[in-house]
Design a protein around this ligand. Structure first.
Ligand code: ZN
Length: 684
């Protein structure tokens, strides 16, 4: 895997540095990307982008209707996530919005701009805590200014946010000691008490919550439900510990009933009878809260590989619960990217050819290799915990027994990656760090394709290739194992990237793609990935170590014939590749050695490689890179506004077609969602 965290992780883009994962090439070549405005807002550490939905028009009218209904269902659960993240997020958001939409005073003051920025951050994070770090935001305006805004806001716009609730809202915004962290997993603290998230309430302790679920768990059950996944756990007035289940008639009922309404319409236009059937199972689960139904739905969903349109809608990921039982609500709507999925299929079909021609010792080649296949999707709508910050790949379902018995769906989201790359194209990074104009041109033309192809080869072939010598278990490399494994998969990808076979198979049009990827890989491994390391620190993360190892080893071994070199110009350091074929043979040599290390379990040789090339940082170069990067002022986090789907109706009120629009106003989308898709009360 590349950049995967946790068992069934969502892969999240956390920086603007190029980073992709999963298996699947994306063309990235939408119809009209050239003059499309990708970035539409910037505040604090956030970029707000748009994504395109290429090929939406190639879908049938029925599929477009399906997407339209699912996209409505995807927005209806937004309030649920706010309440899950912290029990006062909804009244906080509504208070801020009431002020924002009625204020007619001076909007040029620093106070107002700080207020607006704070609201934009709350929208982006679905609450008062940073979406990534989980730390509570500190407003850059004072409580006195807030009081003056409240005084100027019509009472009726605040609804029931009056008196003590209004006092609490103010305290949540301004008191740094109140709900300081959304999730606190510090060892030794009561994580339930210390975390601001709303999955537990009524003074229940961590020990009580854990005891509650331990008692429920039947360790002999081979197909256990995901205990606690869809409920809040509270201690009631009588001191009893009870679950408040999230269902149409339970907690969050008003929002869930809306989701169900749209899913019922969606079921009537599903792609296949099987898809209609499991959509109805999902509806029954939402109506009852019965987790056995959710598992039945998940099994049918994971086995559906035929449908073009697909979706996720439910309580899915448990990162927001310090104890890992409860899942935040999320939704995505998507359809298969047939063109890009074709690439992964071709690679998979020729897996044996790649294995047979690999530069490793023949005894360590796999006699029978099976390429891993996965699909590439185009996302059409993001909701809940996937909005506005979104994953670039998804691997579901999460239930261990379903993964064991039925497998999982691994998807990469092509149009989101394409949007990240397109938005990054104008951020000045290439101009700052790429010396030769012709390399910058290559990067613009082939950068995304090269990066995606690297990912495909890494995931579909790299990890799956090779075999161990007899008697070797596979865990001999210990703490160096994951770095060396990532290096092995990367090298497999890099070696084949520059193989004419790829052009012959029609996977890439030209080996310029390989040149671009070699340029980017060497520059990143030798230099620019240091932007993610703090001054004075060494490299720790396995993927980063792997890249430093490969780039450093290849640089050193190609030094005699200057295959790659550092060039100093105008006081700045650049990495320049001079000989791509030499580079390819060096990648092959290192692949052979790392495969040998893995196959023989040669811990000492593995340790030596990683420690010598993968860990240490040149402090002078590091300082230079950090300074140049900081000057670019690139926001570390990005998220997206959604497209808007507009149905057209016939005389009888039936939907005949759906068109797509790309809004350009982040604030407008947030206010629209808050007014049209907000179904929960302030206290749930
Ligand atoms: Zn990997």
């Amino acid at each position: 895997m590349k950049q995967i965290s946790g068992l069934a992780a969502i892969l999240v883009m956390t920086t603007t540095a190029m980073m992709s994962t999963g298996c699947g090439a994306r063309s990235g070549e939408g119809a009209s990307t050239a003059d499309f405005q990708w970035q539409i807002d910037r505040f604090d550490d956030i970029n707000v982008l748009r994504y395109q939905v290429p090929d939406f028009d190639s879908l049938t009218p029925r599929q477009k209707r399906f997407i339209y209904y699912l996209s409505q269902a995807a927005v209806c659960g937004r309030d649920i996530l706010y309440d899950q993240n912290c029990k006062y997020n909804l009244p906080v958001r509504r208070t801020l919005e009431a002020i924002y939409t009625t204020y007619d005073g001076d909007k040029t003051t620093a106070d107002w701009q700080a207020f607006e920025k704070y609201l934009k951050k709350v929208w982006f994070a679905n609450g008062v805590h940073h979406h990534y770090s989980g730390d509570k935001f500190t407003p850059e305006f004072g409580a006195g200014y807030f009081d003056s805004l409240i005084a100027a806001t019509p009472r009726e716009r605040l609804g029931d946010i009056q008196g003590s609730l209004l006092d609490t809202v103010k305290a949540v915004i301004f008191d740094p000691t109140l709900y300081p962290k959304r999730v606190d997993q510090t060892a030794g603290v009561d994580m339930v008490a210390a975390s601001a998230c709303n999955y537990y309430d009524g003074g229940i302790t961590q020990r009580e919550a854990e005891a509650f679920y331990t008692a429920l768990t039947d360790t002999t059950d081979r197909q256990p439900i995901s205990y606690g996944l869809n409920s809040q756990l509270i201690k009631d007035a009588e001191g009893r510990i009870v679950e408040r289940v999230w269902s149409a008639e339970g907690m969050y009922g008003p929002a869930i009933r809306k989701i169900v309404e749209w899913l019922e319409l969606a079921a009537t236009v599903a792609d296949t009878p099987e898809q209609e059937a499991y959509t109805r199972t999902l509806i029954d689960y939402y109506k009852t809260g019965d987790l056995r139904l959710f598992d039945r739905y998940s099994v049918a969903w994971v086995e559906d590989t035929k449908s073009t349109v697909d979706y996720v809608n439910g309580f899915i990921e448990n990162y927001g619960d310090p104890l890992g039982y409860k899942a935040s609500w999320e939704s995505t709507v998507n359809f298969k990217n047939l063109e890009a999925t074709k690439t992964t299929q071709i690679i998979g079909e020729h897996a044996q050819w790649f294995e047979d021609h690999s530069p490793i010792d023949p005894q360590y080649r796999k006699p029978k290799v099976k390429g891993v296949s996965a699909k590439v999707i185009t996302v059409a709508m993001l909701g809940g915990d996937c909005y506005p910050a979104t994953p670039i790949g998804i691997n579901l379902p999460n239930a261990d027994w379903i993964r064991r018995d039925h497998g999982s769906k691994s998807v990469t989201i092509a149009n989101i990656t394409a949007a990240y790359d397109a938005a990054a194209a104008g951020n000045g990074f290439a101009e700052e760090f790429v010396l030769r104009p012709e390399d910058r041109e290559l990067r613009t033309r082939w950068g995304t394709i090269g990066n995606n192809l690297h990912t495909d080869l890494h995931e579909c072939l790299g990890h799956a290739s090779g075999q161990l010598a007899e008697g070797v278990r596979g865990d001999e490399l210990k703490n160096y194992g994951s770095t060396l494994e990532e290096a092995r998969a990367d090298l497999f990808a890099l070696y084949y990237m520059n193989d004419p076979k790829l052009v012959e198979l029609g996977i890439i049009p030209t080996l310029d793609v390989a040149k671009t990827e070699y340029n980017n890989y060497m520059m990143n491994g030798l230099m620019t990935q240091l932007t993610r390391i703090e001054p004075g620190k060494t490299i720790e993360e396995a993927h980063m170590r792997n890249r430093a190892l490969i780039a450093g080893w290849v640089y050193e071994h190609g030094a005699a014939d200057r295959a790659v070199e550092f060039v100093r110009e105008n006081g700045k350091t650049y990495v320049v590749v001079n000989d791509y074929d030499r580079l390819r043979s060096l990648f092959g040599e290192l692949l052979r050695e790392i495969q040998r290390i893995k196959s023989e379990g040669d811990f000492e040789a593995g340790r030596e490689l990683v420690e010598r090339y993968g860990v240490q940082v040149d402090p002078t170069l590091h300082a230079e890179v950090l300074e140049r990067y900081a000057a670019l002022d690139i926001a570390p986090y990005s998220g997206f506004v959604n497209p808007r789907y507009v149905p057209t109706f016939d005389a009888d009120g039936n939907i005949t077609d759906v068109s797509i629009e790309y809004p350009t106003d982040y604030v407008d989308q947030m206010l629209t969602y808050s007014s049209d898709y907000s179904f929960l009360p302030n206290r749930n």
